[in-house]
Design a protein around this ligand. Structure first.
Ligand SMILES: *[C@@H]1O[C@H](CO)[C@@H](O)[C@H](O)[C@H]1NC(C)=O
Ligand SMILES: *[C@@H]1O[C@H](CO)[C@@H](O)[C@H](O)[C@H]1NC(C)=O
Ligand SMILES: *[C@@H]1O[C@H](CO)[C@@H](O)[C@H](O)[C@H]1NC(C)=O
Ligand SMILES: *[C@@H]1O[C@H](CO)[C@@H](O)[C@H](O)[C@H]1NC(C)=O
Ligand SMILES: *[C@@H]1O[C@H](CO)[C@@H](O)[C@H](O)[C@H]1NC(C)=O
Ligand SMILES: *[C@@H]1O[C@H](CO)[C@@H](O)[C@H](O)[C@H]1NC(C)=O
Ligand SMILES: *[C@@H]1O[C@H](CO)[C@@H](O)[C@H](O)[C@H]1NC(C)=O
Ligand SMILES: *[C@@H]1O[C@H](CO)[C@@H](O)[C@H](O)[C@H]1NC(C)=O
Ligand SMILES: *[C@@H]1O[C@H](CO)[C@@H](O)[C@H](O)[C@H]1NC(C)=O
Ligand SMILES: *[C@@H]1O[C@H](CO)[C@@H](O)[C@H](O)[C@H]1NC(C)=O
Ligand SMILES: *[C@@H]1O[C@H](CO)[C@@H](O)[C@H](O)[C@H]1NC(C)=O
Length: 757
């Protein structure tokens, strides 16, 4: 199965790169001169040694030529002109040769019977670069045996005696140790270039020798020079009788000149050919050696023989646990980014303090930047909020909030509250459409539910003129103090907005307009109920007209502004449009308002709103209640389209009863009919001076209502009805010219009312 493609993509660079890098790192430094053979069998022969002419160093006194005899298998390496085989040769100045150990064998009586015929000496002399290595020891094996060797001039150099001991006097295990019994050894001095061994047969000269020494002597004894690192004595040597070869260590050097400093004088002769070499004096004999400088490897005796070591490829020799970079003559092993320490030791790299510091700085900086940004954002928000608050405060002040507050504290109106914008937004669900109770000329009324569960009607007015808002707080304060059961209570306001919002008591049963016009037209409304509602409304208006100075005028009296609560008790509303009686013309001009069908004709002419304007408008309400016709209606003849005018016409012609609605016609008592007709007639008088006061209207209506109620309840108790009626309507019935006396009374009352105001 083919490997997934991504794996191929991953592996491919490895496959292509690895051989290349390996090839690059494996350009092995030259061992011998170009074109020269450097192998004999598996032995590598480095220059200055060599086989062919011009392949080994030739100086004035040294011979570095070697011979490789291919007739052996494997081929054997020899020093030329010598039968001693070289087993290994190192560029560092060592080599080993095989030399036959010197042997002597005796018969049981101790007489010499045979020995080695091959050369057991070593003599290379000054013509060769070799010196016997001090790593060699001189050994004498077998017992009794005395061995020694002499130098080129025959002087004793070193030797030892090996004895035999009876087994009953055993020294314990002597197997492997060459310490005098069966084997002895001695060190040799340095600088030896000549070795010639000798051994003494004690057996042949018995005289004067302790017999113990001869007891159980070995058949053969050996003496030889051998590399102490190589030769390991054991008891098997004691029974040997044949010849064997031992490894002798030799040190080689360039010895035609005694030392490096001297050698460097003649650069043509100087053996260290390569750049980046070191020259060091031989520590065994005269002469010098070359090696490649640190960081380089190869053969320093060859030009360009020393080459840079790519240490990064040789992790074993040059451990690096970090990032390795090879350099010429060295390498740079550094800890990975962000760490520090000794990358050449395992776990030597630790997280850098600088890094964490930098990290801290960066973190700190970013936190700082964040904080600054955050603070800036907060400041911005704060500024926005302050601006908002300032705007609100401006509105509050502009809307007379300060004055209102001051007055409130002095008036001690505890029920009146100044709401915040948020409270109202929350209560009206952000003035959502489904909370709209009604829309009018002055604004939109929302149903508001506050957190404490109280329900209120919140009126959001349309834009007001600045002049209008000037007196707003004052007016509102007065309105707030009005506590009349038939006036919709103003609970509070919100002045923080451009146009103040008003919070009213919530009236559940809708408007009177709706009750008499929109409700099931066939649903009967008892006349006394209608009169009661009218009386209550009138009472409220009368109270408003008389409770404050200057009087509070409604200005827009109509059935749509009279609300009905759960018990159909009338509540006059929309004093948001109401005004204190204006005192100057500028104010007058701006205050023309009201609703067609209810408007006082004189108000239209003079633009002056008075309490009598409310009275005129209220007369229309009475008519609406009795006829269940709208103030303006569009069915019937053109001249009769206004309820007020059609009443006037009908009343003059004595057919007031004809315009009343069927139920009223059935129920209404004659007395009540006449009183009401008269009252309305007076109220609709074109001359406002002729109109009765609201108080008078209220009283009349109340009495009429009570009378009507009593009489309808007690159809069967006629006797009681008479007396009650007589009591209640006496001011009208005393005089036959009732309407005149009514008017007189009204004028008087009005005048006295004025005086009172
Ligand atoms: C050469 O080969 C022989 C045997 O084949 C082995 O004993 C010896 O260690 C090898 N020498 C080197 C330097 O590899
Ligand atoms: C190689 O060794 C054989 C046998 O010892 C000898 O006859 C021959 O001459 C040698 N060849 C060289 C080139 O020394
Ligand atoms: C040992 O050799 C000597 C001299 O050749 C001889 O006289 C002697 O008898 C030999 N001893 C034995 C036990 O063969
Ligand atoms: C010496 O030789 C005798 C007889 O040849 C033998 O019994 C004895 O064990 C030998 N002693 C040693 C130490 O080999
Ligand atoms: C002596 O030591 C060698 C190697 O260390 C071992 O092969 C040999 O069996 C030993 N001989 C005795 C008698 O312990
Ligand atoms: C010495 O040689 C004789 C005869 O070859 C032999 O019987 C004897 O065991 C040898 N002694 C030793 C210690 O090897
Ligand atoms: C180097 O050798 C020369 C002559 O062989 C000798 O004069 C000189 O003292 C030697 N220098 C050292 C440091 O051995
Ligand atoms: C330098 O060495 C070369 C080659 O060994 C030799 O021919 C020459 O005479 C030497 N020069 C001196 C000044 O020793
Ligand atoms: C070169 O030889 C000198 C002297 O023996 C030694 O101190 C140094 O470590 C050697 N250099 C190399 C790279 O082996
Ligand atoms: C190793 O790298 C460090 C930093 O890169 C540098 O300062 C130093 O010199 C380099 N050392 C070598 C031997 O190149
Ligand atoms: C790193 O550790 C190695 C091995 O412990 C040591 O030889 C070397 O000197 C150390 N290098 C430094 C810069 O401490």
């Amino acid at each position: 199965m083919a490997p997934p493609y991504f794996l191929l993509h991953f592996l491919l660079p490895l496959f292509t790169v690895v051989p290349f890098t390996r090839a690059a790192s494996q350009i092995s430094p030259p061992v011998s001169l170009p074109g020269c053979r450097n192998k004999c069998g598996n032995i590598t022969v480095p220059y200055p040694f060599g086989f062919e002419p011009n392949c080994f160093r030739e100086d004035s006194s040294q011979d570095f030529s070697l011979v490789c005899n291919e007739s052996y298998n494997p081929p054997r390496l020899f020093i030329s002109g010598d039968d001693r085989e070289i087993t290994d040769i190192s560029p560092r100045g060592q080599l080993h040769i095989l030399v036959t150990a010197k042997r002597a064998c005796y018969n049981s009586s101790g007489d010499y019977i045979s020995g080695t015929s091959a050369s057991t000496y070593i003599a290379y002399g000054a013509g060769r670069p070799f010196v016997l290595s001090v790593s060699n020891n001189f050994y004498a094996v077998g017992c009794p045996n005395q061995g020694y060797f002499v130098d080129a001039v025959g002087y004793y150099v070193s030797g030892c005696v090996s004895a035999c001991r009876p087994s009953q006097y055993s020294l314990g295990s002597t197997n492997g140790s060459c310490t005098g019994v069966g084997c002895c050894q001695s060190s040799i001095p340095s600088g030896l270039i000549y070795y010639e061994p000798y051994l003494q047969n004690f057996a042949s000269s018995r005289n004067g020798i302790d017999p113990i020494l001869f007891a159980n002597h070995t058949n053969c004894s050996y003496v030889f020079l051998a590399d102490s690192n190589w030769f390991q004595f054991d008891n098997s040597y004691l029974t040997r009788t044949n010849d064997f070869k031992v490894k002798v260590g030799m040190d080689w050097a360039v010895r035609n000149v005694g030392n490096c400093s001297y050698a460097k004088r003649n650069m043509t002769d100087f053996a260290c050919r390569s750049l980046n070499h070191d020259c060091y004096n031989s520590d065994n004999g005269a002469g010098y050696l070359c090696n490649c400088s640190e960081g380089y490897q190869g053969n320093p005796y060859i030009t360009e023989g020393c080459q840079d070591i790519n240490e990064c490829e040789l992790k074993k020799e040059y451990p690096c646990y970090g990032d390795c970079t090879n350099t010429i003559g060295g390498f740079n092993c550094t800890c990975p980014r962000g760490t520090e320490g000794n990358a050449t030791t395992k776990d030597g790299c630790r997280k850098k303090d600088n890094f964490t510091l930098a990290l801290k700085i960066v973190t700190g900086a970013s936190v700082g930047v964040f904080l600054v940004a955050f603070a800036g954002f907060w400041m911005y928000l704060g500024m926005q909020k302050r601006r908002l608050i300032r705007t609100r405060q401006q509105f509050f002040e502009q809307n007379g909030g300060v004055l209102l507050r001051q007055q409130m504290s002095s008036f001690k109106t505890t029920t009146f509250k100044i709401y915040t914008k948020e409270e109202l937004e929350k209560a009206t669900n952000k003035f959502s459409e489904d909370r709209v109770l009604g829309r009018g000329g002055h604004g939109i009324v929302y149903k508001g539910i506050f957190e404490d569960g109280t329900v209120a009607a919140i009126k959001r007015s349309k834009l007001m003129e600045e002049q209008e808002t000037k007196e707003f707080a004052k007016e509102m304060l007065i309105l707030a103090q009005i506590n009349h059961k038939n006036v919709v209570k103003l609970l509070g306001c919100c002045l923080e907005v451009e146009v103040p919002m008003l919070v009213y008591e919530y009236i559940s049963n809708g408007t009177l307009y709706h009750y008499i016009h929109k409700n099931n037209i066939n649903a009967p409304i008892p006349l006394h109920e209608r009169l009661r509602i009218a009386a209550e409304s009138a009472d409220a208006l009368a109270y408003m007209h008389s409770s404050a100075s200057p009087p509070i005028l409604h200005g827009d009296v109509k059935t749509a502004n009279i609300l009905l609560d759960d018990n159909f008790v009338a509540k006059v509303s929309d004093f948001g449009a109401s005004k204190l009686a204006p005192n100057d013309e500028a104010e007058i001009a701006t205050l023309v308002q009201g609703t067609c069908g209810y408007l006082d004709p004189e108000y239209l002419l003079t633009c002056q709103l008075t309490d009598k304007s409310d009275v005129y408008s209220f007369a229309v309400i009475i008519l609406e209640l009795l006829t269940r016709k709208k103030a303006l209606y569009f069915e019937g003849p053109e001249e009769d389209r206004s309820l007020a005018s059609s009443f006037c016409v009908a009343n003059k012609e004595g057919r007031f009863i004809e315009i009343l609605d069927g139920q009223v016609r059935d129920e209404i008592k004659l007395e009540v009919l006449e009183e009401i007709g008269d009252l309305v007639m007076h109220c609709l008088n074109m001359n406002r001076e002729e109109r009765p006061t609201m108080r008078e209207v209220a009283d009349t209506l109340e009495k009429a209502s009570k009378f009507q109620k009593k009489s309808s309840n007690e159809e069967n108790h006629v006797e009681e009805t008479e007396s009650l009626l007589g009591d209640s309507v006496d001011i009208y019935t005393r005089d036959s010219s009732m309407s005149y006396s009514f008017a007189q009374q009204a004028i008087f009352d009005m005048e006295s009312g004025r005086r009172r105001l």
